[in-house]
Design a protein around this ligand. Structure first.
Ligand SMILES: C[S@@+](CC[C@H](N)C(=O)[O-])C[C@H]1O[C@@H](n2cnc3c(N)ncnc32)[C@H](O)[C@@H]1O
Length: 317
């Protein structure tokens, strides 16, 4: 944690100012310490460089496992790729000049693949996550001068109203117990005139069978699911066989990326989370409209992605 973060965060319980007591400082980074609220007196540890506003990962233990196992798989900076940068561009419609010099909130940072891009583009990014994915994100990008990583719950975030210039949440809100409530909780944190971009799963027939499989897979031990998800790696070749491939993919949908580790990761990511809601474009459009957003933009990659994903951005008025 950088000392500068104290200017951005507040007590999640009473919105009081926090004071920082440093136990161990390494260069610019507070490794261990305590944040105490000057208002209500509650305190929160800084442990292993990360302020922790939750003590457990609650229902997102699968993500704690996932992002620490696969911490490097989708990181452009580690793999010398531009996959995550391209994805951020088309899912949120931003260019580097849109985020340069801006304070940006990454809601559900995971291992930090998109926060990596925002910081490279010159934005100051705050990445929050309920799971221990924050440890993976810190390992990947946490010690950059313009990156802050915080472990906290979307439903009780440690920020004042209208703190951020822009915000995004990619593949996250539908993994909470209530997507719309999660959306409503974060909107006040955005400044007027700021943009909010979300990526959510779309309601459609493609997940008919996976919804049935998930009734079983979400109950299996995480470690077992880690190994079972590896079936996605060779299934990729079966999916290329005419007719048989399409049938196999419909009956047992698995990730189909050309990179084998991505297939493993994304199949685990699909079958393990406790919550996985799907929505319609019109539903999400209404959330934006009702929350006071205008100029909504929709994004798709021109390859039928709109059937499975909703990418939408709006400007807060
Ligand atoms: C599919 S991952 C996406 C991570 C990242 N946005 C990405 O695209 O790589 C979903 C993330 O949402 C986080 N998450 C789910 N519920 C949350 C909550 N209530 N508060 C904060 N993070 C949450 C999970 O811990 C997980 O890391």
């Amino acid at each position: 944690m950088k000392k500068r973060l104290i200017e951005i965060i507040v007590c999640p319980e009473c919105r009081g100012e926090l004071s920082l007591n440093v136990t161990l400082l390494e260069g610019e980074e507070v490794k261990d310490g305590l944040l105490a609220c000057k208002g209500c007196g509650k305190s929160y540890p800084v442990r292993d460089y990360i302020p922790r506003f939750v003590s457990m990962d609650k229902y997102v233990d699968t993500f704690s496992f996932e992002w620490n196992k696969f911490y490097d798989v989708q990181m452009d900076i580690i793999n010398n790729t531009d996959e995550s940068e391209k994805t951020l561009r088309w899912k949120a419609g931003w260019r580097p000049e849109d985020l340069k010099g801006k304070l940006v909130l990454d809601i559900g940072v995971g291992s930090g693949r998109f926060a990596d891009i925002v910081s490279m583009w010159g934005g100051e990014v705050v990445g929050i996550d309920l799971s221990f994915a924050v440890d993976a994100a810190y390992k990947n990008i946490g010690n950059r001068h313009n990156v802050h990583i915080i472990q906290a719950d979307i439903f009780n975030l440690p920020f004042r109203k209208e703190t951020f210039d822009n915000m995004y949440s990619i593949g996250v809100l539908h993994h909470t117990h209530d997507t719309r409530q999660a959306f409503s909780k974060v909107v006040p944190l955005l400044k007027k005139g700021g943009e909010f971009a979300v990526f959510l799963y779309a309601l459609g027939h493609y997940h008919y069978f996976s919804d049935i499989w998930r009734k079983i897979t979400t109950r299996l031990p995480i470690k077992l699911m880690y190994y079972l998800s590896a079936v996605a790696v060779p299934l990729y070749y079966i999916h290329k066989i005419p007719f048989l491939g399409k049938a196999a993919q419909f009956l047992l949908p698995t990730a189909n990326w050309s990179k084998w580790k991505w297939r493993w990761l994304d199949t685990f990511d699909w079958y393990t989370p406790k919550y996985q809601w799907k929505h319609t474009w019109s539903e999400v459009y209404r959330w934006f409209k009702d929350a006071g957003f205008r100029d909504m933009e929709l994004y798709d990659d021109g390859k039928d992605s709109a059937l499975t994903q909703i990418c939408m951005k709006g400007k807060k008025i």
